[in-house]
Write a protein that binds this ligand. Structure first.
Ligand code: PLP
Length: 429
């Protein structure tokens, strides 16, 4: 029997979900040059909000073109102002603890190095082997610089890092634990409150990477007692390629930490051009050099749009979109050789899902060709991120339908061995 009307497998079900979606009106607030394109990669590079294109041209034309250097009067406060906006609406951080500046990689270095120095006598940094490469590389570099050790927790890449494994890895020698809140491959969501508590019990500091969390899941840094955090703004915050990142340092830690990039934007009485570095008190000391004003303006627009939507509604839709994708994958794609490589419990995942398949590389290319953009993550995963503010339920249905058609066609035309077994393309070469 074929799918009945209003079965989730029927496209009309997705259309009804879109019609009832409280965030539906945000769809048209993004640049959509090709209305037929299905974009499920907002977890890598978010779409362009129309308001951002306007704001950037205003900053360029009026602020820079007309105001020239006089505009710095307004611009100087932007890293903190936009940091506070982000903190208030998306990170659960009271004012004065978040800055928008530098890249995630650079901020990670600044905070990891400062944290290690703040725990004299302890020299171990703990992370997990599924953490994003830049995190592992930076932490290894910091450990080497300070004569310390980087201790790796082994993590199941489909399930993400667990509190128990963190508990088993920290001890009286641990200075810092650094983990991603939402895993970049599986989308697994770590338990921030419990892990932070465990790390504190061992006397270490906790640094969270929020690249895949900010704007997709509610984050409560203050409520969890988090020490430090970093994250990027070009994914769910839709601030554009290379837009500046953010950092969070808890209020009471700020004056205890010495950040290693002693730039003049963190300097007391900056324009006195004094002979030696004397950092300002508070979050300002985590600034380095001249901020990227155009980029921060884009962050401001992206965050304002998400604040208008509300993180609660975004999270609710994100869980439903990814749940729907998994439901369609179970019905259509698992029989074609896919495996769901993300947590099935919506409360345990962010806003993207990985589907593993031995032919993921070829399938991803065919999907892009067919107008469905997701991405590929080694070793064999299609990563699909329906960003709640830009994606529709029909996008998820259309993407899953395209994947099943492409995979089905591949399967039908694939050469068979003498016993009728399938021969994959890469086995032929
Ligand atoms: C989890 C995570 N951390 C860090 C980064 C690196 O950030 P950047 O290249 O902006 O420094 C990324 C980039 O995608 C990421 O996904």
């Amino acid at each position: 029997m074929g799918p009945v009307a209003n079965s989730p497998l029927d496209r009309s079900f997705a259309q009804e979900c879109d019609a009832a979606d409280p965030l539906a009106s945000f769809y048209d607030r993004f640049a959509r040059d090709d209305p037929s394109l299905i974009y499920l990669d907002g977890n890598s590079l978010g779409m362009l909000p129309l308001a951002t294109a306007e704001r950037i041209s205003e900053v360029v034309r009026d602020g820079w073109g007309r105001g020239l250097i006089r505009s710095w009067g307004d611009w100087m406060a932007l890293p903190r102002q936009v940091g506070d906006l982000l903190g208030q609406h998306l990170l659960g951080a009271a004012p004065g603890q978040v800055l928008v500046c530098d890249s995630t990689t650079v901020n990670l270095y600044k905070l990891a190095r400062a944290a290690l120095d703040a725990r004299p006598g302890r020299c171990i940094i703990v992370t997990d082997d599924d953490n994003f490469p830049t995190d592992r590389y930076v932490l290894a570099g910091v450990a080497r610089e300070r004569g310390g050790e980087l201790r790796m927790i082994h993590t199941d890449i489909d399930r993400g890092v667990s509190a128990e494994s963190v508990g088993g890895a920290v001890d009286e020698g641990t200075a810092l634990v650094c983990l991603s809140h939402v895993a970049y491959r599986s989308g697994a969501l770590a338990d921030m409150a419990q892990i932070t508590r465990m790390v504190h019990d061992s006397g270490a500091l906790m640094l969270w990477d929020l690249c895949h969390s900010a704007g997709s899941v509610p984050v409560d840094l203050d409520g969890c007692g988090a020490d430090l955090a970093v994250g990027c703004t070009y994914k769910y915050l839709n601030a554009g390629p290379g837009a500046p990142a953010f950092l969070y340092v808890r209020d009471d830690l700020q004056d205890q930490l010495h950040q290693p990039v002693q730039g003049w934007f963190g300097q007391r009485d900056q324009f006195a051009m004094g002979p030696s570095y004397d950092p300002v008190p508070g979050i300002g000391r985590f600034m380095t050099g001249t901020p990227d004003i155009i980029g921060i303006s884009a962050v401001s627009e992206g965050v304002s749009l998400l604040a208008e939507a509300g993180i609660g509604a975004l999270r609710d839709k994100g869980m439903r979109l990814t749940g729907y994708l998994i439901e369609l994958a179970d019905a259509w794609l698992v029989p074609l050789g896919f495996r769901v490589a993300s947590p099935r419990d919506a409360a345990r995942r962010g806003s993207h899902v990985c589907l593993s398949h031995p032919q993921a590389v070829q399938l991803n290319e065919a999907l892009i060709e067919a107008g469905v953009i997701g991405d590929l993550r080694a070793p064999d995963r299609l990563r699909l991120g329906p960003a709640p503010i830009t994606s529709r339920f029909t996008d998820v249905w259309d993407a899953a339908d395209t994947i099943r058609r492409i995979t089905g066609a591949e399967k039908a035309t694939r050469p068979r061995g003498s016993h009728g077994e399938e021969i994959f393309a890469d086995e032929q070469s």
